[in-house]
Design a protein around this ligand. Sequence first.
Ligand SMILES: [Zn+2]
Length: 297
Amino acid sequence: MKKIFITLLLLTGIMNLVACTNQKSAQTHKQIKVVSSLDFYAEPAAKILGQYGQVTSLINSASVDPHDYTATTNDAKITAKADVAIMNGAGYDAWLQKLVVSNNQQAKLVNVATDIRHLPDGENEHLWYDYANMIKVTQYLTTTFSKIKPAQKQIFARNSAVYIKQLKKLQAQENQLKTDFAGKSVMVTEPVFNYVLTNLGVKIVNENFAQDIDEGADPQPAELQKMTNQLKNRQVAFLVVNRQVESSLISQLIKTAKKAQVPIVYVTETMPKGKTYLTWMHDELQQLKKIAEGSNS
Ligand SMILES: [Zn+2]
């Protein structure tokens, strides 16, 4: 009987000890909680943090239009627990800033447009199409996370370098395309892809139309007529279409382009299902490569 008692005592002691160590390791391994409005900003955060972070993206579905998104109570709950909140800014996802202000003022809010891109008001808000900016986002997040968890600084720097190397591959891919397209005229149905186009050095022939579509305004009939003629006369190297915006007007433009054999580049506002930010961007640029090869042959 005595022997059993001692064993029990010993066991309880061991269990207490185990409980203590568990608590301690849970403390040191407490993950940095990150919330992002958009999945393509969640990706670098998750890559940098690895096991030291828990990253949640609030918009995950490719069928949601972030321009019209309304935050849910669940979004508020997740934001309330976050250490870091990442938003695009430039009027794109102001709802996340509101959630931080009303639920979690301790959270570090990262606004890509103002903190990283230093974007003037009224500029194109589709900042994730600017790969140089994505590199800066990754660097900024690395610094932010290292301040929260200085012990993991080395690991974050290593993870960050791996991701940046992949972003630089996108830049290289873009640079190669520049030799094919710089100076050429192109047409767009929307300004979503414009940062890539600017980097390619192409001339967008219908900026006003694209801006109207993006803002949900009716385009000018004269502008539309001019565009139809430009397509018919093959005065543009390609037409960029945002797959996620459907209207009879855009369908008509696609038809005209196809009939005149003007190549079409299909892009999306949000990350397609089954793709990562890197594969998404790579695949879109790949379409341009095919067009360049087609016109050279
Ligand atoms: Zn947009």
